[in-house]
Design a binder for this molecule. Structure first.
Ligand SMILES: [Zn+2]
Length: 69
């Protein structure tokens, strides 16, 4: 289990998000931004259309670096 904040994942609040795997974290973060930050969700959607791997490329190393807990 790893925990990261919304902010670390490109969002805008200090909400802690936990997941067992990177795939799960992507889902948790996607759900969080759609609930709390519709504007960020829209930006991420636009980014995803331009380059589906861009967000993951930027955020995955942070996930890898986050301590296991
Ligand atoms: Zn947030």
């Amino acid at each position: 289990m790893k925990t990261m904040t919304c902010k670390e994942l490109g969002g805008k609040c200090e909400q802690k998000l936990s997941a067992e795997s990177w795939d799960e974290m992507v889902q948790v973060m996607t759900k969080h931004v759609m609930d709390k930050h519709p504007d960020v969700a829209k930006e991420m959607e636009t980014m995803h259309k331009q380059d589906p791997r861009k967000w993951g490329k930027e955020m995955k190393p942070k996930w890898d670096a986050a301590p296991e807990c």
